[in-house]
Each structure stands twice: as structure tokens, then as C-alpha cells.
Design a protein around this ligand. Structure first.
Ligand code: XMP
Length: 506
């Protein structure tokens, strides 16, 4: 029996992934497709339900994304969220206007009539974020809830199976949001649960075995969660056939290369650690421009990888591409090689027999969950993002081994103390600035580097705010750094949000 699928039509909303992930967490497979996907295409796909995302536009702008109105005639249950609601109402002849006061933040909805969508949900807190609103509903629709500033906060046409909400049920701040989506899936659309990561493992096992046969599969292993999960998964599926090439560019954090090696050494795979530190440092000599650094590291990585993988003859290439990479590349349906943000791009003209991408359909949180199912160690599964060019973009200006060593020690102390004091952060690291300042140690004058420490809180790494760190922890960290790390005379903390500051300094 084919598994039920929900299609999320994307109108540019920042929460599209959250919607798709919530649906999956509720046990139904979901996919994100462009907002202008035709009714014909959707008929072919035959989803059990369609959800329209929000988006930053106004429906009455000429260039705003529109939908194929026949989608609304397919009889497939539709849930329109925010812009999705406005678009449905506009498309069916309702009226959408700029609100006199926009609604941004948590507000309370008041239920107006019985509705399957709101089954078990009373007046409750929801997240609103809109400046336009629906002022006149299309024929056949009934209002199901309202707020003080938004008389039509949700509505439905049960006959047509169309449900719309102005608020965002997909975010945590909408307290009963998950319940609402669950009602939509199971009470309105009668979807059947059938999606789970164990099932994904089973499917991938069959697929990969069939794809690669007896051939070897080569994987560029960075130690990041995606490539580590791919390595672990493939080791289980095709034991003995996987070759992991870990290019140690000498730009890793303290002991990181060793811990990656330790995690993969006694496994049923070939682990190749290429100690290429000298090579990378040589290539980076005298380079100060951040983009130049990235390019050099990317190009050098490709060279090393090609040399090493060339030793293995005919083989497949495995990649840690995940679903957001697929969505962002706009290639929802076609096969693409991940344009490796991480490593500067693997060669397009590959000599490989094919590409193996077992995580291609998964979100990041699912990849981590999969890692836990596969009993991977916590430090790999929960690893913070680490830029492909490594410490090169955290060692400002020219890179030298001495500077990298200082940076490694500082970074290690900072993160150890955060862990010891249970300060959780989504990303935390040290930056070695090229600035030197005067200090005094004992009776001596010093003239050493300034290091900056940064810890951020973020959901998506597109924006962030500084992670608050208790003052006593800051004091301990600072004191340890200036006392234990030779070459550092001063410690500063970067508490700038993104925007305007990016997370990395370079
Ligand atoms: P920014 O600095 O752009 O960083 O705010 C956002 C996230 O991306 C990571 N980052 C990189 N990752 N190669 C990578 O693989 C890079 O060149 C790179 N630059 C930034 C950064 O660590 C943060 O998590």
C-alpha cells in the first residue's frame, strides 16, 4: 500500500520546513513543492492533503506568488496558513486588505463555531504575524475564530474541504498548533500514519543495495553530523564497501581530528585520514582575504579528495545532502550534486559511477534522530555546525600554525567551561583577532592578541541572538584564557545579533 503524502506548497514563508517537519512528526510523510505547482501535477502526486504556507507578500501585488486555482477544485483537503489563507480567499473571490493595525506576536483567538479543525481546542494563544487580512470571505465560507484585531482569524468551507487560518499553527508559540495540524491531517483529511525513520532506514537499505551492488562507495567525511550519519548508515547497509576519506586540513578544533578518527576506526569500513595540514597551510600562506581563504581551501580539498579517491578505482560517491539542500537548490525533483557550501564544491565532472544520498529526503532534526537510532555517540549526533573552512575563518588575517594553536586552546577552554556550567548554546566558539594590545603580567609589559568569544541562540542560523552567559562563567573563562594561553592579553565577548552581524567573523 502506498504511503499517504502531504504536499506543502511554498509561498516563500520562513516556516515551510517547520510545517513539513510537524506533519512528519505526526507520522505522515510530507514534501515541499513550489507554490505554483499545477493541479495536474498534484493530481498525479495524489497527496492526501495540501497545506499552503505563509509568505512575505501581499496577494494584490502584481508580482506576488499566485496559485493554480484548480488546485482548490481537486477535492483534496486544503489548509491555508497566513498568506496561504489570504491567497485562497483572494483566489475564490473574497477580499483581502491591509489591516489598519497589523498583528505581530501572541494573541488570543476566540472560537465562534464548532469546527473539526478546532476539535478539542478552545480559545487559545496563537502567533500572528500579518499586515494584510481577509475582510470578506468567499461564498460558502464560515468564520471559525476571531481575535480583537482580526475578525476573520480562521474560516472554512467544509463542503469544499478548504480550511484557512491567519495565524501560524506550526510554531511553538501557538499553543495548540500541533493539535490543529493533527486535526487537519487525521480528522479532516483522514490521513493514515505510516512515516517513520525506521521505515526510512528500511527503504534506503533496499535502495542503496540495489544501486551500488558490489561496488565501493567513497564518502568525504568531515565529522559533521550529516556525513557521519551517512557513514554509519552505509556501514550497516553495505559493510566493508564504504571508504571514508577524512581530509584533515589542520584547521580543526583541539583533538577534533582524533575524535573523528576514533569514532570510525574500528568499524566495518575503510577509514582514510589524510594529514594535509602542511599542504593547506602552505596554500594559505600570506592570504588575508576571507573569500580567498574559502576558495583556496575548497580547491585544495577537491585536489586532495580526488587524489585519494582515485586510488579506489570504479566506485560510487556518497554525499550527506539533506532535504533542505534539495529544497534550496530548487531541484525538488531532479538529481543534483550538492553544491558543497562546506568544501567549496566537488568536481562536477565526476568519474564516479553514481551518487548515493541516503539522507536526501530528511530534515536536520531527522538526521540527528536517525543517528540516535543507529546508536551513534552523542558528540557526533549533537555536534554544533562547524564551517567547512574550519578555523581559517575564525583566525582573522593571515593564518599560521602558532595562531591556530592559540585559537584551539582558547576555543577549548571556552567550550569546556560552557559545558561544565551547563550553558547551552546553538553555536559557541572563539575568534583570534589580529589586534594586539598592551597588557601587564607580573612586572612585565606584554603585547599580545585579543580574542573574541561568541555564543549564539538560533533556530535556523539565518538569524541569531547572543546566548546569555552568567557573569561568573564569563569571569572564569576570561581568567583561564589569559592565565593558561600564552599569546593572549585580552578577552572580549561578542554579543551582536544577526542581523546585522553574521555568526562567523569572516
Ligand atoms: P554566518 O557566518 O553566515 O553563518 O552567519 C551561518 C552558519 O553557517 C556556518 N558557516 C559556514 N559553513 N562553510 C560552512 O560549511 C562556510 O564557509 C561557512 N561560513 C559560515 C556558520 O558556522 C553558521 O553556523
Amino acid at each position: 500500500m502506498k504511503q499517504d503524502k502531504v504536499v506543502v506548497l511554498d509561498f516563500g514563508g520562513q516556516y515551510k520546513e517547520l510545517i513539513a517537519r510537524t506533519v512528519r512528526q505526526l507520522g505522515v510523510y510530507s514534501e515541499i513543492l513550489p507554490g505554483n505547482t499545477t493541479a495536474e501535477k498534484l493530481r498525479e502526486i495524489s497527496p492526501v492533503a495540501i497545506i499552503l504556507t505563509g509568505g512575505p507578500h501581499s496577494v494584490y501585488e502584481q508580482s506576488s506568488p499566485k496559485m493554480d486555482e484548480n488546485v482548490l477544485k481537486l477535492g483534496i483537503p486544503v489548509l491555508g496558513i497566513c498568506y496561504g489563507m489570504q491567497l485562497v480567499c483572494y483566489t475564490l473571490g473574497g477580499r483581502v486588505e491591509p489591516a489598519t493595525t497589523g498583528e505581530y506576536g501572541t494573541v488570543t483567538i476566540h472560537r465562534t463555531t464548532d469546527s473539526m479543525l478546532f476539535d478539542g481546542i478552545g480559545d487559545s494563544a496563537v502567533l500572528m504575524s500579518h499586515s494584510d487580512r481577509v475582510t470578506e470571505l468567499p461564498e460558502g465560507f464560515t468564520v471559525t475564530s476571531s481575535t480583537a484585531d482580526c475578525p476573520i482569524a480562521s474560516a472554512e468551507d467544509v463542503e469544499k474541504n478548504i480550511y484557512v487560518v491567519q495565524f501560524h499553527p506550526e510554531v511553538n508559540r501557538t499553543k495548540q498548533g500541533k493539535k490543529l495540524i493533527s486535526n487537519f491531517l487525521f480528522k479532516v483529511a483522514h490521513a493514515r500514519k505510516g512515516y517513520s525513520l525506521t521505515k526510512v532506514i528500511k527503504e534506503q537499505t533496499e535502495l542503496v543495495k540495489k544501486q551500488v551492488g558490489d561496488h565501493k562507495v567513497i564518502l568525504g567525511l568531515s565529522g559533521g553530523v550529516d556525513s557521519s550519519v551517512v557513514a554509519t548508515m552505509l556501514e550497516r547497509i553495505i559493510p566493508g564497501q564504504v571508504v571514508c576519506i577524512f581530509v584533515d586540513h589542520g584547521l580543526m578544533r583541539k583533538d577534533e581530528g582524533d575524535s573523528i578518527e576514533k569514532a570510525f576506526l574500528n568499524k566495518n569500513l575503510t577509514f582514510v585520514r589524510v594529514n594535509a595540514e602542511q599542504r593547506f597551510l602552505k596554500a594559505l600562506e600570506g592570504v588575508t582575504d576571507p573569500e580567498q581563504k574559502r576558495k583556496i581551501i575548497g580547491a585544495e580539498f577537491v585536489k586532495v579528495f580526488e587524489e585519494e579517491s582515485g586510488k579506489f578505482g570504479d566506485c560510487f560517491l556518497a554525499q550527506g545532502t539533506i532535504y533542505p539542500d534539495v529544497i534550496e537548490s530548487g531541484a525538488n525533483n531532479s538529481a543534483v550534486i550538492k553544491s558543497h557550501h562546506n568544501v567549496g564544491g566537488l568536481p562536477k565532472e565526476t568519474r564516479f559511477l553514481g551518487i548515493v544520498e541516503p539522507l536526501r529526503g530528511l530534515f536536520k532534526d531527522e538526521v540527528r534522530k536517525l543517528g540516535r537510532i543507529l546508536n551513534m555517540p552523542d558528540y557526533l549526533v549533537n555536534r554544533q555546525p562547524f564551517p567547512g573552512p574550519g578555523l581559517a575563518v575564525r583566525c582573522l588575517g593571515e593564518i599560521t600554525k602558532d595562531k591556530l594553536d592559540i585559537l584551539r586552546e582558547v576555543d577549548y577552554i571556552f567550550n569546556s567551561e560552557l559545558n561544565a556550567h551547563k550553558v547551552k548554546s546553538d553555536q559557541s566558539f572563539a575568534v583570534l583577532t589580529p589586534i594586539r594590545t598592551v597588557g601587564v603580567m607580573g612586572d612585565y609589559r606584554t603585547y599580545d592578541y585579543v580574542v573574541a568569544l561568541r555564543a549564539v541562540k538560533t533556530n535556523d542560523f539565518m538569524t541569531c541572538e547572543a546566548q546569555e552567559i552568567p557573569y561568573n562563567v564569563l569571569r572564569i573563562v576570561t581568567s583561564r584564557i589569559v592565565n593558561e594561553v600564552k599569546g593572549v592579553s585580552r578577552v572580549v565577548f561578542d554579543i551582536t545579533g544577526k542581523p546585522p552581524a553574521t555568526i562567523e567573523w569572516e
